[in-house]
Design a protein around this ligand. Structure first.
Ligand code: NDP
Length: 317
């Protein structure tokens, strides 16, 4: 190790600051594990780029996503967790204690590690999509669909998530316009079948989005049929993107078992990864549910698993 690097040892290191990471920190601090949590590049995680959250239990009037994450952080701090700004840039899990490098210069060693680095929604990359993000453009139908009850909306994508979200939206919106870039869907047959049998879902095959229309809120969408080159404009109030997520697991790819999409594999019913003493929770290991409340629940599981692991380890020493 280079001599100019700083080094510090902790009992439990938590990487990531969404609902999973902060919940793990709350539980771990209360169990006296003295957790240190590094927040990563986007303190608060994906919820800091949403607006109102109405489906998190305990907030009867709803809450703004960024405000909720400030509450999570305050609670973790009040319990005694040490919350720090910094990004885990590499790990060395080849021997214990595990080594985690922060911001490429500080080396933390830890007896146990909880990974809660989350996932990032993929976007089409259109300037209009970026400009109207949070003003009708969303990557989460379950979070934001409710705000567009009775309205016409677009959903882009053709995987299981897009199919599931189109069905979810069809129950509350007037019409759901589903934009599929090829002549077929990737979603499982059963999901495709359900989509095709739902009368208020209109599928636009071979179609790409040229622009999301509207000044301060979504008012429509301009599509291009890539077979006929025909352009169509549809008036809609919301634009949902469901073209997949990218788990933030790059630094773990050579050290932990990941699935083919890069999600960290955990032992079912637990937060245990392929390496003992390393636990994963939240969206970095969950491609199905991806909700704040499920992430928080899995953060609790990770803290309890880490607590059991550390006390067994101490007992054996
Ligand atoms: P997927 O990667 O399966 O699908 C992404 C979809 O988005 C594809 O249809 C793809 O099109 C489309 N797409 C990608 N980029 C663009 C783009 N730039 N423009 C337009 N369309 C684009 O992601 P999902 O999130 O749907 O699913 C991820 C995994 O999670 C899958 O394994 C899925 O089965 C699973 N899942 C399971 C569920 C369940 O079991 N209930 C629920 C949700 C997800 P193309 O097909 O042309 O590549």
């Amino acid at each position: 190790m280079e001599t100019n690097q700083q080094q510090e040892h902790v009992h439990l290191l938590i990487i990531g600051s969404g609902p999973a990471g902060y919940t793990a920190a709350i539980y771990a601090a209360r169990a006296n594990l003295k957790p240190v949590l590094y927040q990563g590049i986007q303190p608060g995680g994906q919820l800091t780029i949403t607006t109102e959250v109405e489906n998190y239990p305990g907030y009867p009037e709803g809450v703004q996503g960024p405000e909720m994450m400030v509450d999570f952080e305050k609670q973790a701090t009040r319990m005694g967790a040490d919350i720090r700004f910094g990004l885990a840039t590499s790990v060395d899990f080849s021997s214990q204690p595990y080594k985690i490098t922060i911001d490429e210069n500080k080396v933390m060693t830890a007896d146990a590690v909880i990974i809660a680095t989350g996932a990032s929604a993929k976007w089409l990359g259109l300037p209009s999509e970026q400009r109207l993000n949070g003003s009708g453009v969303s990557a989460c139908a379950v979070c934001d669909g409710f705000f567009f009850r009775g309205k016409d909306v677009v959903i882009v994508g053709a995987g299981d998530t897009a199919a599931e979200e189109a069905l979810y939206l069809s129950k509350m919106c007037n019409n759901v316009h589903m934009v599929v870039r090829r002549h077929e869907m990737r979603a499982s047959m059963i999901m495709q079948d359900r989509v095709m049998k739902t009368s208020n879902i209109m599928v636009y095959w071979n179609s790409e989005t040229l622009e999301v229309l509207g000044e301060n809120k979504v008012e429509g969408v301009k599509l291009l049929n890539n077979k006929t080159q025909e352009e169509t404009t549809i008036p809609v109030s919301a634009f949902f993107v469901a073209i997949g997520h990218q788990p933030n697991s790059d630094i773990f790819k050579d050290v932990l078992e990941l699935d083919e999409q890069g999600y960290i594999k955990t032992v079912p019913g637990s937060s245990r990864t392929s390496l003992e003493g390393v636990f994963a929770c939240g969206d970095v290991q969950d491609k199905i549910y991806r909700q704040a409340v499920t992430a928080a629940g899995s953060g609790c599981m990770a803290a309890l698993d880490a607590e059991r692991y550390l006390s067994a380890k101490e007992h054996n020493n």
